[in-house]
Design a protein. Structure first.
Length: 163
């Protein structure tokens, strides 16, 4: 038992810390992996729904030899974790819609359509993607609270699309 306690203490696994783990997508391309890390950093640092007075997210560990990051929430943690749960839930909800739109865009570009037909089709796909993200943002604002300004709206939209 002493060995288990010592292991947990040396790993930084404390019972009083509240946090979450993030598994990064596997890739053999370091530039692609760096992009994932940059997107995660943007979401955690810039998303207005994850900016709560008196609470913030810190990196607890980055597991050597794997693609897991462990984060701890410092402060009260309740509001920030609730906001994070709602944010991730909405992002998961729309991720399949955005993936479908992306696939349709790729297929349309691969088809040898006339340029004007392709342009019109891509405009519709872009409008659908914008509407999907805007609707998600509106739902998050209703559940979590309004953003301060248009700049925060843009950061929230980028966070939604990145996650």
């Amino acid at each position: 038992m002493d060995g288990i306690i010592e292991f947990c203490e040396s790993s930084g696994l404390e019972s009083d810390s509240i946090g979450f783990d993030v598994m990064m997508p596997q890739t053999k391309d370091f530039s692609e992996f760096s992009g994932y890390v940059e997107d995660l950093n943007f979401v955690l640092a810039q998303c207005p729904f994850l900016r709560v007075d008196g609470e913030h997210i810190e990196l607890r560990t980055a597991e050597p030899g794997s693609i897991w990051f462990a984060f701890v929430v410092v402060g009260g943690a309740t509001v920030l974790l609730m906001n994070l749960a709602k944010f991730v839930d909405k992002c998961v909800e729309i991720s399949s819609h955005l993936a479908t739109l992306k696939q349709q865009r790729i297929q349309a570009e691969a088809m040898e359509m006339k340029q004007e037909a392709l342009s019109g089709f891509l405009e519709v796909i872009n409008a659908m993607q914008k509407d999907t993200v805007d609707k998600c943002l509106d739902e998050l604002k209703a559940e979590i609270g309004d953003t301060k300004d248009g700049e925060e709206d843009e950061k929230a939209k980028r966070s939604i699309e990145s996650l």
